[in-house]
Write a protein that binds this ligand. Structure first.
Ligand SMILES: *Cc1c(COP(=O)(O)O)cnc(C)c1O
Length: 423
């Protein structure tokens, strides 16, 4: 469900024509729908409204301050994975006690900042990290609220680069060591053990791996309680997928209601606060990338559309072999045929290919196209490779829109660098 639809032959974001935005701000740009963001957050939060739940939006999926502020107003907390993201969440007005800090490599500086912000919980992923956090908490004369991230050794069927819950992945504390590490944590004066955390991966569209991991986790909560730990929170991570391909019902993710029902069945009897860290399911369908066709090139055996967007703006196809539906911003007539195109960017890498042999209506130079489902892990992974300016972002809400991240000028990019006088 999203709010990017054709009206009288033109693609709109809510009530704003994308052609009008393109004329005003240039291309390429990301465009987010406020209504879609709100709707996705509410559907998820409402599914758990009948119990003590913290929905901590995964900031890394889409971290623009305007988006964080919008979600904060819906009641979202934040799941952050760096000191930078912590600052973003706080700047957007998300209270410290609704922030959880995840990630395998938190530095002592980041830990100190999070303690000063009074965050709800650190999700700790290793013994050395636990010891470092203990030191930092003691030196701040406080205790750090902690959940240990346990690796349940469950393979979820998402891409290799976004699967995190297998024994060979770098994430979490190995299942077999969990009780020992909790014993250690319970004896550290700077650590307050609060809960258990799991996050098995991203873009998971099948309930079975979640259910398996959560059942194992519930079992662990019971064992830890028997060991004398007071476990009052259960953080079940993010990872619920979104449909990337129109008409592909097979990989359609479960509705949050169905997901919630499964979780309540497993976690209900434990009487814990539930914490979730959804990212993609809130932001994925809420964003598109709009790009202009620079050239139409006839290759030996292929027709290439060379776009003004490139892998530095949207790296998911290059990094994860990800599929994004591509649609023309000017709606094609019903009788025109389809043509197979390769859609590529201007970057000097073969990997700068968005789609191969894609069936599209006939397109021409200067036409605009939109990559759908680009809200999550799109703009946040953009770079300035090839000295292409960081991609611009726009937020639409009803009939209003605003630029929420400017495109830097080349002069501004160059001003970040300096040449020592001894060169
Ligand atoms: C990336 C990540 C998430 C969010 O994953 P989605 O698939 O976007 O929901 C949640 N928790 C942790 C620890 C993560 O690393």
């Amino acid at each position: 469900m999203h709010h990017f639809t054709y009206r009288e032959g033109h693609l709109y974001a809510e009530d704003v024509a994308l052609e009008a935005i393109a004329r005003a701000v240039g291309t390429p740009f990301y465009c987010y729908s406020a209504a879609t963001l709100r709707r996705h957050f509410r559907v998820f939060a409402d599914a758990f409204a009948d119990r003590d739940t913290l929905v901590a939006f995964s900031v890394k999926s889409l971290s623009n301050l305007a988006v964080l502020t919008l979600l904060q107003k819906e009641g979202a907390g934040a799941d952050v994975v760096s000191g930078g993201e912590l600052s973003r969440a706080l700047t957007a007005g998300i209270p410290g006690d609704r922030i959880v800090f995840s990630g395998v490599g938190k530095t002592r500086t980041e830990m100190a900042a999070a303690l000063e912000a009074g965050i709800h919980q650190f999700n700790v992923e290793s013994v050395p990290e636990l010891q470092a956090l203990n030191d930092v908490a003691i030196s701040h004369d406080t205790t750090a609220p902690v959940a240990l991230r346990i690796n349940p050794d469950v393979a979820a069927g998402s891409h290799d680069k976004i699967s995190t819950g297998r024994a060979e992945d770098k994430f979490g504390i190995p299942w077999a060591q969990a009780r020992d590490v909790y014993r250690l944590a319970g004896n550290l004066p700077g650590i307050a053990v609060k809960g258990v955390d799991v996050h098995i991966g991203s873009q998971i569209t099948d309930l079975a791996p979640f259910e398996k991991a959560f059942n194992r986790t519930a079992e662990l909560v019971r064992a830890l309680r028997a060991d004398g730990h007071e476990i009052t929170r259960l953080d079940l991570g993010g990872g619920l997928g979104v449909p990337y391909q129109h008409g592909d019902d097979q990989s359609a993710p479960p509705h949050p209601e169905v997901y919630a029902e499964m979780i309540k069945r497993i976690a209900g009897p434990l009487d814990v606060q539930l914490i979730f860290e959804p990212g993609r399911m809130i932001t994925g369908n809420a964003g598109i990338l709009v790009s202009r066709i620079i050239y139409h090139k006839e290759g030996e055996s292929r027709r290439f559309l060379i776009l003004d967007a490139a892998m530095n703006d949207l790296i998911r196809p290059a990094l994860y072999d990800a599929w994004h539906d591509v649609i023309p911003v000017r709606e094609p007539g019903s009788q025109g045929g389809k043509v197979k195109y390769d859609l590529v960017g201007p970057v000097c890498e073969t990997g700068d290919t968005f789609a191969r042999q894609r069936d599209l209506p006939e397109l021409a130079e200067n036409d605009l196209v939109a990559f759908l489902t680009a809200g999550a892990y799109g703009a946040v992974q953009a770079s300035q490779y090839n000295t292409r300016p960081l991609v611009l972002e726009v937020l639409v809400d009803g009939d209003r829109y605003a630029v929420i991240r400017k495109r830097p000028t080349t002069a501004q990019i160059l001003a970040m660098e300096s040449v020592p006088d001894w060169v």
